[in-house]
Design a binder for this molecule. Sequence first.
Ligand SMILES: [Zn+2]
Length: 120
Amino acid sequence: MNYAKTKPQNKKGFELMRDIISSLGGKWFRIMFQINVDNGDSQGNCEWDHPQGPTIRVDPSIPLCDVVDTLIHEVLHAQFRFLSEEAVLQAATEITKVLIDTEVITIQEERPDESIGQAT
Ligand SMILES: [Zn+2]
């Protein structure tokens, strides 16, 4: 996903993300932020059959707009198990886009390298 208002790397923000337990689709889910979900193969996942109970995991080290997109994506999987991957993918990306474009959520750019060496 490429948005104008996103920062390229989410280096500090993920330290503020916290794991919670939330009711989704009538089940309690652990929502966890964990680097290297599926050994780095995915940005997130949703497991109903996790040994410790239904669990959503999102990699917090990816760009913040992708954290938002992935979290919405996995919550949609949790709530609507019957939805196709394509439907979940499209819905999550479009919801994220609307949230960012309307500035309901704000993701600030963090591009320290751009100002280096530029005359003002
Ligand atoms: Zn999916």
